[in-house]
Write a protein that binds this ligand. Structure first.
Ligand code: C5P
Length: 218
């Protein structure tokens, strides 16, 4: 099987992660969770104690942290300076701070370069994030933009982590606002992306639809 890059973008709770992992496994492709990279950097920034609003200090920490992430769709490890941070990066502290860290242009430049490198090495890969089709991999074979109603997204997220639905809805709205209005690489629909509303669709239906789209293009 040849080179195949699939870009999956969309807001949190749109079904990106589950769909991307399943699609990658079904294509025997690699999988890259770029959100986990921003989260791991955020974990390091919080640990360093620098002021989150000090872009220069945040960028300095980001440049110094030894970030490693796997690309196996059935389970990847994320380490920062040798510490396994898989659980920590899903916690409330990191979730509350990640959009601020991800809005620092120097942090994005660093991670976008790493992501492009990993995509080139993998060849066959499903990449999920906010700016994959628009910035990281504008030449992707297929670009997908997943959406879902705000209520469906909040319900999915709170089912995943057993959090309160109202609090989750507020957090998603807050992060969407920061992610889509920041100056550097905002959450954006690439003009050539296929938009799929997953509010009423099951995971298997979404994956089947994407496989059909890929088959059409190859
Ligand atoms: O996808 P996930 O919710 O883990 O992403 C966490 C945060 O990382 C997003 O809210 C966004 O601020 C940032 N992010 C980004 N660009 C990406 C992936 C994630 O800015 N490609």
């Amino acid at each position: 099987a040849g080179r195949c890059v699939v870009a999956v973008d969309g807001p949190s709770g749109s079904g990106k992660s589950t769909v991307s992992r399943r699609l990658a496994a079904s294509l025997t492709a690699r999988y890259l969770d770029t959100g986990a990279m921003y989260r791991a950097i955020t974990w390091a920034v919080l640990r360093s104690g620098v002021d989150l609003t000090d872009a220069q200090a945040v960028a300095k920490v980001a440049g110094e942290v030894d970030l490693r992430i796997g690309t196996d769709p059935t389970g990847y490890g994320v380490t920062a300076d040798g510490v396994g941070v898989e659980a920590e990066i899903r916690g409330p502290e990191v979730t509350a701070a990640v959009s601020a860290v991800a809005s620092v242009p120097a942090v994005r430049a660093l991670l976008v370069a790493r992501q492009r490198d990993m995509i080139a090495k993998a060849g066959r890969i499903v990449v999920e994030g906010r700016d994959i089709g628009s910035v990281v991999a504008p030449d992707a074979d297929l670009k997908v933009y997943l959406t879902a109603s705000a209520a469906a997204r909040a319900a999915r997220r709170s089912a995943e982590d057993a959090s309160d639905v109202a609090a989750t809805a507020a957090d998603l709205a807050r992060r969407d606002q920061i992610d889509s209005t920041r100056k550097a690489d905002p959450l954006a629909q690439a003009p050539d992306a296929v938009v799929l509303d997953t509010t009423e669709l099951g995971i298997d239906e979404v994956v089947a639809k994407l496989r059909a789209l890929l088959a059409e293009r190859n």
